[in-house]
Each structure stands twice: as structure tokens, then as C-alpha cells.
Design a protein. Structure first.
Length: 71
């Protein structure tokens, strides 16, 4: 298979085994797993310590906390 993205991407895609076909979906999954940032639990916990601002409604604060908790 030809790779036009460069030598670095070629080496990342070599994590696919010969049993795994080099299809678009397989390569996309490998590259996504490599480049997707890992979550830092300590930082996420820090962000979750949100405080309600005086001009923020309770519903808005609740929605923001739910969004923060999703990560």
C-alpha cells in the first residue's frame, strides 16, 4: 500500500498486523488512537471543581457541570 503522509505516519501504521487488513477504517482507528490526546485525571478533577458565578443560573451551572463530568 502506498503512503503519501510521510515516513512518520508509515511507522505508526505498521502497528497493524498482517492479519488485520489495511483498510481505511482500520488505519483511521490506528491514527486516531495515536493522535487523540490522553485524559489527565488530575486536571479533569481540577476542572470539575467549578463554582457557580453570581450571574449564572442554576440550570446553566448544572449543565456546565454535566459537561465537565462527561470527560
Amino acid at each position: 500500500m502506498n503512503y503519501l503522509a510521510g515516513e512518520g505516519i508509515y511507522h505508526i501504521t505498521q502497528t497493524c498486523t498482517e492479519a488485520t487488513p489495511h483498510t481505511y477504517d482500520t488505519l483511521k482507528a490506528v491514527l486516531t488512537a495515536h493522535f487523540e490526546p490522553l485524559a489527565n485525571p488530575d486536571y479533569e478533577r481540577f476542572l470539575l471543581q467549578g463554582r457557580q458565578s453570581p450571574d449564572e443560573s442554576v440550570n446553566g451551572f448544572y449543565a456546565r457541570l454535566k459537561e465537565l463530568a462527561s470527560t
